[in-house]
Design a protein. Structure first.
Ligand code: SF4
Ligand code: SF4
Length: 377
């Protein structure tokens, strides 16, 4: 087995270990905090001595239960998250002491009102704009409320010093991930997009961050030094953007089966949250508010940071085309797709928008549309 196959095999064998880590931490009395969004300040949770778990649900099985309470024409991510909470089928959700959620899209924020009946939800009011002093002030005061809520939960103060330490740690994690992702800037990258996603996902669910960073750095170094096991250099290079794709990995599999190579993920399953680190050495709460407010999610209006990030990544990763994944009933990403298409075309690149949900019924249709797109290169 070559080094790439060994790494992917290791990730697959251990991808359920995170549940054990959380169970043991829970039994030791460590508070477990569930989150659903890139806007959530993990640094505050870490500094409280708690563990942050990303709960964004990825499976279709939980949706029918959710539809007993929620409308059917709602984003599958929202329905799946709620369905798991309702049925108690997500082990991570089971161990959570508190959910720190956010007012991003309408479906999510209204769903959280119902989720609060199952498990306590602390709702963070996210500003709708990223660019005015009052937006910054709101973000900062909301993050201070999170800090207070976690202090109340744990019974101990969150110091600026602890926040500074967790900011430095999370920045190191972001930097390590970026170095891994940057291997795909090579003409013949060592990893496919599917493999990158598996490794990224694995890191997200390793909760001892020092160990996770050490593993990631060693893995990236091994990949960087390894003799290429295959030649991917002739494949069209694709950037994936749009909604989180954890629940629709089929899109990625089909895209690469048709002969493309995904070299960059701009969405929340990839670089969106990591594009900008938290500034260190300044006021900690200012730095957190500034960093998170700059995340280019389509719930912001206007949303200049997404367009800046896309432009930068399309250049840096020498992308041939952009595929936007829109989950059914996600209005903000669907509407913003028009502006993304304009931007991509203005850079002389090709653009394809795919709307899909968590079912597998459209795999053939996806193959036809993506296959036609990939043939253009
Ligand atoms: S796409 Fe937007 S709303 Fe969804 S997880 Fe990312 S930042 Fe949050
Ligand atoms: S994909 Fe769109 S609709 Fe679904 S939770 Fe994210 S922003 Fe909301």
């Amino acid at each position: 087995m070559g080094p790439i196959a060994m790494i992917v095999d290791e990730v697959r064998r251990h991808n359920r270990d995170g549940i054990l880590e959380i169970k043991e931490a829970h039994e030791r009395g460590t508070p477990i905090i569930g989150t659903y969004c890139g806007y959530m300040p993990w640094e505050i949770i870490d500094a409280a001595g708690a563990i942050a778990v990303s709960l964004c649900a990825k499976s279709e099985e939980a949706i029918p239960a959710a539809e007993e309470h929620l409308p059917r024409n709602l984003c599958p991510l929202v329905k799946s998250s709620y369905g798991h909470a309702l049925r108690g089928t997500c082990p991570y959700f089971h161990f959570c002491d508190l959910i720190v959620a956010e007012t991003t899209c309408d479906g999510k924020k209204k769903m959280y009102e119902l989720m609060d009946r199952i498990k306590p939800v602390h709702l963070v009011q996210i500003p709708q704009r990223p660019d005015r002093p009052e937006d910054f002030a709101l973000m900062k005061s909301e993050f201070n409320r999170v800090r207070q809520r976690l202090e109340d939960l744990t019974g101990r103060a969150i110091t600026d010093e602890a926040l500074g330490t967790s900011m430095a740690l999370r920045n190191r994690e972001r930097r390590s991930l970026r170095i891994l992702w940057e291997l795909s800037r090579r003409k013949n990258p060592p990893l496919t997009g599917c493999e990158i996603q598996e490794i990224t996902d694995y890191i997200q669910f390793r909760f001892d961050k020092e160990k996770a960073i050490a593993w990631l750095e060693a893995t990236t170094e091994a990949l960087s030094q390894a003799t290429p096991e295959r030649d991917l250099s002739a494949r069209p290079r694709i950037l994936v953007t749009g909604c989180p794709i954890g629940g629709v990995m089929k899109t990625l599999e089909v895209l690469e089966e048709t002969g493309a190579l995904v070299v960059c993920f701009e969405n929340c399953s990839g670089q969106k949250e990591s594009l900008r680190p938290v500034e260190e050495g300044v006021d900690v709460m200012d730095a957190l508010a500034e960093k998170y407010l700059a995340i280019g999610c389509s719930v912001m209006s206007p949303n200049p940071h997404r367009m800046e990030g896309l432009k930068r990544l399309i250049g840096e990763y020498d992308v041939d085309g952009v595929v936007e994944i829109v989950l059914t009933a996600c209005h903000t990403y669907a509407v913003e797709g028009y502006s993304v298409r304009e931007l991509v075309h203005s850079l002389g690149k090709s653009y394809l928008s795919i709307e899909t949900d968590y079912s597998s019924g459209d795999r053939e249709q996806l193959a036809t549309r993506m296959g036609a797109f990939v043939e253009m290169f």
